[in-house]
Write a protein that binds this ligand. Structure first.
Ligand SMILES: C[S@@+](CC[C@H](N)C(=O)[O-])C[C@H]1O[C@@H](n2cnc3c(N)ncnc32)[C@H](O)[C@@H]1O
Length: 305
């Protein structure tokens, strides 16, 4: 299934691309958001697109072919953007977008192992060249580590039970085997989601070190933006959204001293301005047309200096 970009109009309205502008799409995927940026910044705006998945880059290349050399694609994690931009002498970026998580193509490709709707090896790597797959984590991690990732990244209250079941049934080969095992030990009749949903999310986050990438990215993005440049981030779960929210709050404050200290001693100066305190959410219409948008939250900030 072709990927439908989430909060497309909202991202474009907040980034407000202009001709001649230089933009970074940190998660280019099928190139949906990038297409909008390229159209709005015609005739000479440039998009530098990152993705960890070589398949996504091939698709973006094909989908954006009509923009010719206005598109530059880089096979790397977005958290390394500063390095890549410096190497190519690209400075003063006008806008950056991140659309986190995974694409419909990845979710719908059985062999990628992201979904328990299909039976496939437990993989879940965005970049197939990465050394550690979900199967490695499931079959080789200690009980303590499994509990930690399932409870922290999955916010799963049955983490212990699930970790014990995994340990007692190893090796676990496929997505369906893991989902069936979790279904046996952690079924919650009150929950509307499949009992394996949270554990799958946790494994994907751990395999790809997604939260570390986001934490490393934020200060780097602030460095590469020009004053007045904007950063737009779409998160799909509370762990990601919290990291973005806390970073935006900190960098938009003139003081980050603990509340107990009566006079500011930190010397911190706000470098960002949040465009709105509350995240932008999709309209009902978008959610009914594209259920993947359901949990999306967009936060936007502008660099001051
Ligand atoms: C939701 S999709 C983006 C879809 C895109 N906005 C579009 O309109 O087609 C997320 C993409 O981010 C990529 N990705 C995930 N983590 C990444 C990272 N740390 N660095 C670069 N790309 C990443 C995934 O491989 C996936 O292709």
């Amino acid at each position: 299934m072709q990927h439908v970009p989430v909060l497309f109009q909202e991202v474009l309205d907040t980034l407000n691309p202009i001709p001649g502008g230089l933009y970074v799409d940190g998660t280019i995927g099928a190139g949906g958001h990038s297409r909008g940026i390229l159209e709005r910044s015609s005739p000479d705006g440039i998009v530098i697109g990152f993705d960890r998945d070589p398949e996504a880059l091939k698709l973006a290349e094909k989908n954006l072919a009509d923009f010719g050399n206005r598109v530059h694609l880089i096979h790397s994690s977005y958290h390394q953007l500063q390095l890549h931009l410096n190497n190519r002498n690209w400075h003063s970026i006008d806008g950056i977008v991140l659309d986190l998580g995974l694409s419909s193509m990845q979710l719908d490709s059985p062999e990628r192992g992201f979904s328990f709707r299909y039976d496939a090896p437990l993989d879940m790597r965005f970049d197939p060249n990465q050394p550690v797959s979900a199967a490695d984590l499931v079959n080789e991690s200690s009980r303590e580590y499994l509990i930690e990732i399932i409870s922290t990244y999955g916010e799963e209250k049955f983490a212990r039970r699930i970790a014990d079941a995994i340990i007692n049934n190893r090796p676990i080969g496929t997505t369906k085997d893991l989902a069936a095992l979790i279904n046996r030990v952690a079924r919650n009749y009150k929950s509307r989601i499949h009992p394996a949903t949270r554990t799958f999310q946790a494994l994907r986050i751990a395999v790809n070190q997604e939260l570390d990438a986001l934490e490393d990215f934020l200060p780097a993005a602030l460095e590469v933006l020009r004053p007045g440049g904007r950063l737009a981030i779409i998160a799909f779960h509370s762990l990601e959204d919290r990291i973005v929210k806390q970073y935006f709050r900190k960098e938009s404050s003139d003081c980050i001293c603990p509340p107990k200290i009566p006079i500011c001693v930190c010397g911190h100066k706000a470098r960002l301005k949040e465009l709105s305190r509350r995240p932008i959410r999709p309209e009902e219409k978008e959610i009914s047309d594209n259920p993947r948008a359901r949990s999306a939250k967009l936060r936007v900030a502008e660099k001051i200096f």
